[in-house]
Design a protein around this ligand. Structure first.
Ligand code: AMP
Ligand code: GLY
Length: 431
């Protein structure tokens, strides 16, 4: 048998827990022997060479990839994808995984994604799009029913969605998004959307332009406080799989949402290669799309990738070579739970630069992962460097066991102001 060549150099773009989880999976691939990450963090630095180039410095990143003869670049983050990093890399003949700018708009513009769903009859909440604040206000005062959902059109760090209980809140929301421009140009257009109720589920999928292969399901907890109280955050914890996402629902989603979305993008002349993240609401009228993202979720990647049994690099190469139809994905039967350790005060104001201890407790512990999100190294010591500091993931035979394991492991780490939710994955007890 021919020995598999182990010589690929891989560059990962991003610096969060998602990129740490991607780096860990890439590291396991027998095809890879060098990993770089721009800009990375203190945890990623233990398995990859971190380089101080920002994710929006496309030309500098492409120069680096050319100089180092990088064989594959994986873009973890939304901003560079929406900004067109893939087009820049491709124009230089570099192999890069992620949607081009004209396809990343699926995440970059909510108005685009809503119009696409309407045109191709993909189930989603009813909506209207406004470019004028007065018209939006007039609509809210005359035609709206409450609660109602306001969404800034563009990227807003996951914070541009407001759920308004009454007219006064909605008027305030229009002011924040369109007039005070709290989310900058993301507020040029406003989507006003019907409020849906049901269980939320996230499904990440690999896409090669034509074929889609959904990964396992997951669920995020976006609010800062227990019981889904407090402000929206990037995500305080996840579990996978979701017991509410049954094989029957999966079949319906494949027929009415997943494949139709990929076909719609191709029909629009915007073939999508990369990861599509479907944010779904399981309503009483069936599954509907809450949102699309054009990349792995964070912290969803921190529970999905540790359960994935395929070689991540092989699946990505199959996407790039348009042969995903020949790939079957396999996920471990074990469940996974990720609890985010945040800095007290997140998502508003919090301290940085505080020393973190206890990492050695994770050494040689199978089924436990300490993914770094906001960390840095200062004088040989790992310190906090962001609101979400670490993602503590554990596997277990069942979701409750994975949950118990993850919470036990959160105690292995100490830093001043360590904050976490205590109810990540608790809903699974009801399943
Ligand atoms: P998004 O960034 O679009 O995922 O929205 C953030 C969160 O707002 C979602 O995870 C939902 O919890 C909630 N949300 C968004 N759109 C709706 C909707 N139409 N109805 C109810 N909740 C929504
Ligand atoms: N956890 C949600 C996201 O990555 O957008």
């Amino acid at each position: 048998m021919i020995q598999e060549k182990k010589n690929m150099k891989v560059l990962i773009i991003g610096s969060g827990g998602r990129e740490h989880a991607i780096a860990r999976s890439v590291k396991k691939s027998p095809k890879v022997d060098e990993i770089y990450c721009a800009p990375g963090n203190a945890g990623i630095a233990q398995i990859a060479r971190c380089i101080p180039i920002g994710p929006m410095q496309f030309e500098a990143l492409a120069d680096f990839a050319q100089d180092k003869e990088i064989d594959l670049t994986i873009v973890g983050m939304d901003d560079p994808l929406v900004g067109g990093i893939v087009d820049v890399f491709e124009s230089r003949g570099l192999r890069v995984f992620g949607p081009r700018k004209n396809a990343a708009i699926l995440e970059g513009s909510k108005a685009f994604s809503k119009d696409l769903m309407k045109k191709y009859h993909i189930p989603t909440a009813a909506y209207e799009v406004f470019t004028d604040a007065q018209e939006a206000l007039a609509y809210l005062r005359t035609a709206a029913t409450f609660p109602i959902v306001l969404k800034a059109d563009g990227l807003a760090l996951g914070k541009g969605v407001l759920i308004c209980e009454d007219l006064a809140q909605a008027e305030e929301g229009v002011r924040e998004i369109m007039q005070d421009r709290k989310f900058g140009s993301a507020g040029d257009r406003l989507v006003i959307e019907e409020f849906m109720t049901g269980r939320e589920v996230s499904v990440l999928s690999f896409v090669d332009g034509k074929t889609i292969r959904p990964m396992t399901s997951a669920q995020d907890h976006k609010r800062a406080k227990d019981g889904d109280e407090g402000l929206n955050t990037g995500g305080m914890g996840t579990f996978s799989p979701s017991p509410f996402y049954t094989p029957e629902i999966d079949r319906i989603c494949m027929q009415t949402i997943f494949q139709p979305t990929v076909d719609a993008m191709a029909a629009e002349g915007r073939p999508f290669t990369g990861i599509i993240f479907f944010g779904l609401m399981l309503t009483k009228d069936g599954p509907k799309v809450l949102e699309y993202n054009a990349r792995f979720g964070d912290p969803e990647a921190q529970v999905v990738l540790p359960r994935m049994e395929n070689d991540l690099v092989e699946v990505i190469e199959a996407c790039l070579d348009e042969r995903l139809d020949q790939v079957e994905l396999h996920f471990s039967d074990q469940a996974a739970v990720c609890v985010v350790l945040a800095s007290d005060g997140y998502p508003v104001a919090y301290k940085k630069g505080l020393p973190i201890t206890g990492f050695e407790n994770f050494e040689d512990k199978e089924g436990y992962f300490c993914f770094h999100a906001g960390t840095a190294e200062k004088d040989g010591q790992i310190v906090t460097n962001g609101g979400r500091v670490l993602g503590i993931t554990a596997l277990g035979e069942t979701l409750p066991k994975a949950r118990a394991n993850a919470y036990a492991a959160t105690q292995w780490i100490s830093f001043e102001g360590k904050y976490m939710r205590s109810d990540i994955g608790k809903a699974i007890d009801e399943a």
